[in-house]
Design a protein around this ligand. Structure first.
Ligand code: ZN
Length: 138
C-alpha cells in the first residue's frame, strides 16, 4: 500500500471520530509488517482521561488481531466537520505505544493534510532515545 492510499484510509477513519468535547477529529491508519491495514479514530469520554487517540485505536486493533509489528502509520486531524487544514502530530503517549510495536529507525510516520500533502518522519526522529527501543537493537 502506498502512502497516498494509507492516508486516504486515515481520512476515511476520521469520519468516525467521537470528539464531543474537543471537537477535534483524528483518523489514523497503520500498516503492519505483513501488509494489513487497521484504522482508528479518537474516542473521547466524559471522563477525559479515558479518551483514546486515533493512532492508539488503530495500533490496538492491529495488535488485538495478532499483528505486533507495524511499519507505517498515517495520521490526519483537524476540527470536526471541517476540511483538514493543519498537520496533526502524534502525542507523546502514542509515540511511546508505536515504539513498542515497531523498529523505531524504520517505522514511517505520515503526518498528512491530504494524500498529496504530508510530512514523512521516522519514529526515531520524533521520539529519539525511546524507552524500550533496545528490543529492536538486539
Ligand atoms: Zn495520542
Amino acid at each position: 500500500m502506498n502512502n497516498q492510499e494509507l492516508i486516504e484510509n486515515a481520512i476515511k477513519a476520521r469520519e468516525n471520530a467521537y470528539a464531543p468535547y474537543s471537537h477535534y477529529a483524528v483518523g489514523a491508519a497503520v500498516l503492519t509488517k505483513d501488509g494489513q491495514v487497521y484504522t482508528g479514530c479518537n474516542i473521547e469520554n466524559a471522563s477525559y482521561g479515558a479518551t483514546n487517540c486515533g493512532e492508539r485505536t488503530a495500533i490496538f486493533k492491529a495488535v488485538s488481531e495478532g499483528h505486533k509489528e507495524m511499519v507505517k502509520i498515517a495520521i490526519v486531524g483537524g476540527k470536526e466537520n471541517e476540511e483538514i487544514k493543519e498537520y496533526a502530530y502524534p502525542c507523546g503517549v502514542c509515540r511511546q505505544v508505536m515504539a513498542e510495536f515497531c523498529n523505531p529507525k524504520e517505522m514511517t510516520i505520515l503526518i498528512a493534510k491530504s494524500g498529496a500533502d504530508y510530512i514523512e518522519k521516522k519514529l526515531d526522529e520524533i521520539l529519539p532515545l525511546q524507552f524500550g527501543g533496545d528490543l529492536w537493537n538486539i
